[in-house]
Design a protein around this ligand. Structure first.
Ligand code: BLA
Length: 312
């Protein structure tokens, strides 16, 4: 178990005293995401038995190609969870957490998703319970999982303003309580983020605890396909890909994406990216065949305070 908040202030203190003595410190803000993962693992084991994933043996820790960074990986499964996995990246200039939990296809519970990218100056954050099914049009699914969580979303929306335009397809993977934000690094924000992570993870654990195993073949298939579609999206479009490639090289980055981070993309279904996203033509505001905009959109939070989608 590593850093706690006390080692965090210790780092800040050390950096300040080094600066006073005239050292130039490139990364004067440094956080650790290990305690986030430790919290999640501890909480999960209060609810159920964590079993090591077969992936753990191959994916545990590696150094970046330049020898200056470390990638730490953990993976588990439980009776209801197909894969719980985390990747922490620590280099001289950034700290990254990619923590995602995929339920088994017999459960239509959302996918827990925490993606934090931190440098000395800035943070890019997504924290969400990613819905498995369409919640913009499919009201019953939204009501089932998110209606009671709207106040939690509102509590943190106050601290974390909407992060601005994002790839427009992403919004369909996000829930009404998504925390999508960018902020300037500070210890106070880091603490609020830790608190949000704990709250979101605790409510997610309650959802999966309460979930009843689906027996209808067709519903299980729908859940499985939704999981596969999600994996296909993320394995192909994750904005962290560039960073991973830089640190580990193209081949290892691709292996990490397809076999570890988004494990299942090559096994759980056979549809391709183009099958699932036929209108996706790239990043920048291209018009698709139907005239819809598939570039970057949603300058402002598209959900209102009651959890209704109001688009642009
Ligand atoms: C940027 N990361 C982003 C953005 C989003 C996400 C929405 C804004 C830019 C954009 O939409 O193009 C995250 N997008 C997600 C998530 C989902 C999604 C979680 O669709 C889930 C469905 N980010 C990481 C990791 C790294 C990382 C592991 O999660 C680094 C290893 C980096 N994310 C990163 C960087 C940017 C970014 C560098 C800025 C790059 C850019 O703006 O294009």
């Amino acid at each position: 178990k590593s850093s706690s908040s006390s080692s965090f202030s210790f780092q800040q203190h050390t950096v300040q005293s080094l600066k006073r003595r005239g050292f130039s410190i490139q990364s004067c803000f440094s956080v650790s995401y290990h305690k986030f993962v430790d919290f999640a693992l501890d909480q999960t084991s209060l609810h159920t038995q964590l079993l090591p994933s077969p992936l753990q043996e191959k994916y545990n820790s590696i150094n970046s190609n330049d020898g200056k960074g470390a990638l730490s990986m953990l993976s588990f499964e439980t009776d209801k969870i197909r894969l719980l996995r985390s990747l922490i990246i620590e280099t001289e200039t950034m700290q990254v957490l990619d923590f995602t939990v995929f339920p088994k296809a017999e459960y239509d519970v959302p996918i827990f998703c925490a993606n934090f990218f931190t440098t000395a100056k800035t943070n890019i954050v997504v924290l969400d319970l990613n819905p498995l099914h369409d919640i913009i049009n499919q009201n019953d699914y939204k009501e089932k999982y998110f209606k009671s969580l709207i106040p939690l979303g509102l509590k943190y929306a106050e601290h974390f303003p909407w992060g601005g335009k994002l790839t427009s397809e992403s919004i369909k993977f996000f829930s009404p309580i998504v925390i999508w934000t960018r902020f300037t690094s500070s210890s106070q924000k880091y603490e609020v983020l830790y608190s949000a992570f704990r709250d979101y993870y605790k409510v997610w654990l309650e959802l999966i605890d309460a979930a009843v195993k689906e027996t209808d073949e067709y519903q299980i298939f729908r859940n499985l396909e939704a999981q596969h579609r999600y994996l296909t999206w993320r394995a192909e479009k994750d904005p962290g890909q560039g960073v991973l490639k830089k640190l580990t090289g193209d081949r290892l980055a691709k292996d990490l994406l397809r076999s570890f981070l988004f494990n299942g993309v090559d096994e759980l279904g056979s549809k391709t990216f183009d099958d699932y996203f036929p209108h996706y033509h790239g990043e920048e505001g291209t018009l698709n065949k139907n005239g819809g905009n598939v570039g970057k959109s949603f300058e402002n939070r598209p959900w209102d305070a009651s959890g209704k989608f109001r688009g642009q």
